[in-house]
Design a protein around this ligand. Structure first.
Ligand SMILES: *Cc1c(COP(=O)(O)O)cnc(C)c1O
Length: 403
């Protein structure tokens, strides 16, 4: 029998074995129930970050959990040499929700971005057989940590130690249409951007910007790749954030909430982009296996049966109103941005100490986005009273660090 370890001991052991790429919060979570996480001491924490916008249904949703248990008993994995029924069902539902023609299932967000970039390269190569085409990406963006995704992530701090990265990437300013226009030329094969910049600090694309980029892509025959890994899957009150705008992307990346905690991502494409890659061009061993696709299939079912997007729209509006009041009350809060249940409060100071000390003391889990922004990406099933509970703890935390 294992002797009961203290939190301190667990953390020391973790630090001993893990490759040190994270500074973790000093909490060891053991289980989750509904909208609360429980640490090894049995302390409950209100969850308002959803495992970084992943746990859309909260913890232990009975319908979801029963379904993935059943699938675990039936079949976990067969590889893509064979068909499997959960992936076909999930694929049909996801392509329909995303208004796309084809889907490829991946194991993560960054792999979805890799696939999208390969579509862009392949699409351009098919046109003129050359290797000198360019991709426009945005400053302050985040697309993942694998080398291709890192190459389009507009963050010097993340990129610098790992150069040289992919050639042919040019960076424009997000919401600065002129800066995009200035980079466009006949060698431009794609623009990649988040519809709402997440890690960069919760910046939604302006309508004129996104629609203007779409028009430039059409003018030059370039693909518009929208990274909806964080802002997609109902988070903004529509299945995908671009559905608030008068645009449709050619390629979309999805992950985070798609599996509600089971690791799955996807890239989707339509039109010419949907047939740019051919057999032999791309593959994965795990991607799209019956277990993870069973999870995605159930998540998509639940979105429909519980009308989650309408729910997010409503609770998102309530969260907006409450956070506006917080902004009005505290001078330290400078700005408030976002859509649906993806919102950010920008502070006059770095929020690291607030998030890791003051908020944890209130038994509330929130995370930052960028240096000065607290990010609100709760489970999509929260109710107005959960917002009220969160606001009370947030206000107490702000007061404890001084307004
Ligand atoms: C989280 C995220 C990614 C990377 O996803 P991983 O699953 O961590 O690889 C890519 N793009 C955006 C917009 C994200 O928020």
């Amino acid at each position: 029998m294992e002797i009961q370890k203290t939190k301190k001991e667990w953390i020391a052991e973790g630090e001993d074995v893990f490759y040190k790429t994270y500074n973790r919060f000093p909490v060891v979570f053991e289980r989750g129930e509904g909208l609360y996480l429980y640490d090894t001491d049995g302390t409950a924490y209100q969850d308002f970050y959803a495992g970084i916008a992943v746990n859309a249904l909260g913890y232990g949703d009975p319908e979801y959990t029963a379904y993935i248990k059943e699938q675990a008993d039936k079949l976990l994995h067969v590889s893509n040499y064979f068909y499997n029924t959960p992936s076909i069902r999930a694929g049909k539902k996801l392509t329909k929700a995303a208004q796309m023609d084809k889907v490829f299932f991946t194991n993560s967000g960054t792999e979805a971005v890799e696939g999208a970039l390969k579509i862009a390269r392949r699409y351009a190569y098919d046109k003129d057989g050359s290797h000198d085409h360019q991709i426009i990406a945005m400053r302050n963006s985040f697309h993942g940590r694998s080398t291709g995704a890192l190459s389009v992530t507009g963050n010097d701090h993340y990129q610098e130690p790992f150069k040289p990265l992919l050639p042919g990437i040019r960076f424009a300013g997000f919401n600065d249409l002129d800066s995009v226009k200035a980079l466009f030329n006949e060698k431009t094969c794609a623009v990649i951007m988040e519809t709402i910049q997440g890690e960069g600090g919760i910046y939604p694309a302006d309508r004129a910007f996104l629609e203007g980029v779409r028009a430039l892509c059409d003018q030059y025959g370039a693909l518009l790749i929208l990274d909806e890994i964080q802002c997609g899957m109902g988070r903004t009150g529509k299945m995908f954030a671009w559905q608030h705008y008068n645009v449709r992307p050619d390629v979309v990346t999805v992950a985070k909430a798609l599996g509600n905690g089971v690791p799955i991502g996807a890239f989707l494409a339509r039109g010419t982009a949907a047939s740019a890659m051919v057999p032999g061009d791309h593959g994965t061993t795990y991607g799209g296996n019956p277990f993870v696709c069973g999870a995605a299939e159930k998540v998509l079912d639940i979105f429909e049966s519980r009308e989650l997007t309408a729910h997010v729209e409503k609770v998102g509006r309530y969260l907006w109103k409450e956070l506006e009041a917080v902004k009005a009350k505290y001078d330290i809060v400078k700005d408030h941005r976002g859509m649906g249940l993806m919102q950010g409060l920008e502070f006059a100071v770095p929020v690291g100490p607030i998030v890791t000390n003051a908020l944890l003391e209130q038994k509330l889990v929130l995370i930052s986005a960028g240096t000065n922004v607290i990010r609100f990406v709760p489970p999509l099933v929260i109710r107005e009273e959960d917002v009220d509970a969160m606001i009370g703890k947030l206000a107490a935390a702000i007061e404890s660090v001084g307004r």
